[in-house]
Design a protein around this ligand. Structure first.
Ligand SMILES: *Cc1c(COP(=O)(O)O)cnc(C)c1O
Length: 401
């Protein structure tokens, strides 16, 4: 018989201590992120690459390793199974003929945050939550608002006042309570941490909620399926809180346990903005944790994350994979965004474009080689950031009749 989910426990990422999954949890008692664990022996009987053909065409096709107790519990808008686009023109220019872009902009809400909120809200509803709260740079708040609305929950979203306007709009349209904060996402987080317990809101903050990671890890399962049963040589990922990186790393481990793959792993490369690069700094200095980045200064909102709760998990994934961490300037990011649009017709978000901007250097330094199969993550659609693009086109009057 197919077991819809084989979820068994939550495990503290620092101590390895196990906790039951039938009650609401945020961080472990030690203050570390909790990771979902499954009975992978059972999952492996029915979750097999050659059995996936007839399954639903979204991320819930991997339901054995996702947390919903049954299909009826799933809160979904069809997230996942986004296209893996061959970027031949861009690749040719960069000397990387096997370059692909995983276009997460095709998700509901226009960003990959939809994946994580689908799993988080599914479990929150299952465990009886009525109201959720989230600090956000933008996309996570939008996705939280939308999925909460589908689950008939109240949502309270706190975002920096300089976040792109579209994020406020999508939250308001989904019926969420939105508050602008004169500060960074870090300050928003402090407000949620203080007000949440007083008001009975369940905190959905990055890594303080264990199941967002589970939705995001499906990106790795999809790469394997879309590359015909292989993993890429290199994954280049725009890193804010680091959930995507940690989630994919976790997925590779599950895939190995289920005998989908062996011990091989892609080299994981984190890209940040020069004006907010706590992970790059820690990586270069050989540290195990990242420090708070004072005064983040970048126009790329998804990369404006000065403090990372799961820094140690990110750094471990980068190092164990033989990967790297690099920072690029805002100027290079917006230039790369234009170049990707011109070369591939793909309107990338600035975060995704940051990865494109990093490729030339990575190639020159030999971190990425000519023969490598490289996957860049475009984590959102560029349409959500159109206010950041200046067009400067001519204007003309109608012709005389
Ligand atoms: C949230 C976000 C990121 C950073 O994601 P993490 O996986 O938490 O590092 C990158 N790009 C966009 C567009 C985002 O919304």
């Amino acid at each position: 018989m197919i077991q819809y989910s084989t979820l068994s426990n939550l495990e503290c990422s620092e101590t390895g201590k196990l906790f039951p999954v039938d009650e609401l949890r945020n961080l472990s008692p030690e203050g570390a992120p909790l990771l979902a664990r499954y009975n992978l022996q059972v999952a492996a009987r029915t979750l097999r690459p050659d059995y996936l053909g007839g399954r639903r065409a979204d991320m819930w096709r991997y339901h054995e390793v996702l947390p919903a107790p049954s299909e009826a519990d799933v809160v979904s808008l069809g997230e996942g199974l986004t296209p893996l686009v061959a970027a031949e023109w861009l690749g040719a220019r960069l000397g990387l003929p096997r370059l692909f872009i995983k276009d997460e902009g095709k998700n509901p809400t226009g960003s990959f945050k939809a994946r994580g909120m689908s799993t988080a809200i599914t479990m929150a509803r299952h465990l009886g939550v009525k109201e959720v709260a989230i600090p956000t740079a933008g996309n996570a708040g939008g996705a939280a608002a939308v999925y909460a609305s589908r689950a008939r929950m109240g949502a309270h979203v706190f975002l920096p006042e300089d976040a792109p306007g579209v994020h406020k709009v999508e939250c308001v349209m989904a019926g969420a309570n939105v508050t602008e904060v004169r500060g960074t996402i870090y300050h928003c987080g402090a407000i949620v941490a203080k007000q949440g317990p007083e008001k009975g809101w369940f905190d959905l903050s990055t890594f303080k909620e264990p199941y967002r990671l589970e939705g995001k890890k499906t990106m790795a399962y999809e790469l394997f399926e879309q590359l015909g049963g292989e993993l890429p040589d290199v994954v280049v990922y725009p890193t804010g809180g680091g959930t995507g990186l940690v989630a994919m790393w976790k997925a590779f481990e599950e895939m190995e346990t289920m005998a989908w793959i062996g011990s091989e792993r892609p080299r994981m490369i984190a890209v940040q903005a020069e004006g907010c690069a706590p992970l790059v700094k820690a990586f270069k200095e050989g540290k195990e944790k990242a420090e708070l980045w004072e005064n983040p200064d970048t126009r790329v909102s998804g990369l404006r994350a000065p403090k990372m709760l799961a820094d140690f998990l990110c750094l471990r994934a980068l190092r164990e994979s033989g990967g790297s961490a690099v920072a690029v300037s805002d100027e290079a990011i917006f230039e790369a965004q234009r170049e990707a649009g011109n070369a591939e017709g793909l309107f990338m978000c600035p975060e995704g474009a940051a990865c494109i901007a990093a490729l030339g250097d990575l190639r020159d330094r030999g971190t990425i080689r000519f023969k490598d199969r490289v996957v860049v993550f475009n984590t959102a659609t560029g349409f959500k950031y159109s206010d950041l693009v200046s067009t400067n086109v001519p204007v003309m009057d109608p012709l005389p009749e």
